[in-house]
Design a protein around this ligand. Structure first.
Ligand SMILES: [Zn+2]
Ligand SMILES: [Zn+2]
Ligand SMILES: [Zn+2]
Ligand SMILES: [Zn+2]
Length: 163
């Protein structure tokens, strides 16, 4: 009987390797650099590198919704030379999944629970026995498409060992 278990992790959809990491640059003199956004020289002491270009902190934003991407360690996505925030990237290019519990579509930008190759709506990811919803880090056991919480795991173990 295949049993998957582990700790719940939150994540938002399918991430391909188009992810770029925003980096802080300290070792080049900023007067030599041009901003990839406004094309002006970067004279600030603080600037960023992403997608092989340098940016003023305020010039690095999502091309679609305009949200700020200019934070160190923040991920941005590049596609067709455009820079996108994670939500917009997943909305446009992410692959939708099918929830294993309710059978309905999960849009790629929605938060979902993932266990092995299965995905669930956050709301659908709950214990079959007590209906409890899970928080990140909670333990669960997944049997086929049925989820059991930590409290119900001991009983559940007995159930399958009796088999
Ligand atoms: Zn700029
Ligand atoms: Zn955006
Ligand atoms: Zn669902
Ligand atoms: Zn339970």
């Amino acid at each position: 009987m295949p049993v998957a278990g582990g700790e719940t992790k939150e994540r938002g959809g399918n991430e391909e390797n188009l992810e770029e990491t925003v980096n802080e640059v300290l070792d080049i003199h900023p007067a030599q650099l041009q901003c990839g956004g406004c094309s002006k020289n970067i004279s600030d002491r603080y600037f960023l590198k992403a997608m092989d270009e340098y940016w003023h902190e305020d010039c690095l934003s999502c091309d679609l919704c305009g949200c700020r991407l200019g934070e160190v360690g923040r991920h941005l996505y590049s596609k067709y030379g455009r820079k996108l925030c994670k939500r917009d990237y997943l909305r446009l290019f992410g692959k939708d999944g099918i929830c294993c519990a309710c059978g309905k579509r999960i849009r790629a930008y929605e938060m979902m629970m993932r266990s092995l190759d299965k995905v669930f709506h956050l709301d659908c990811f709950k214990c079959f026995t007590c209906n409890k919803n899970f928080c990140v880090g909670d333990k669960y056991v997944l049997l086929e498409n049925t989820i059991f919480c930590d409290n119900d795991i001991p009983e559940f173990r007995e159930l399958i060992s009796d088999d």
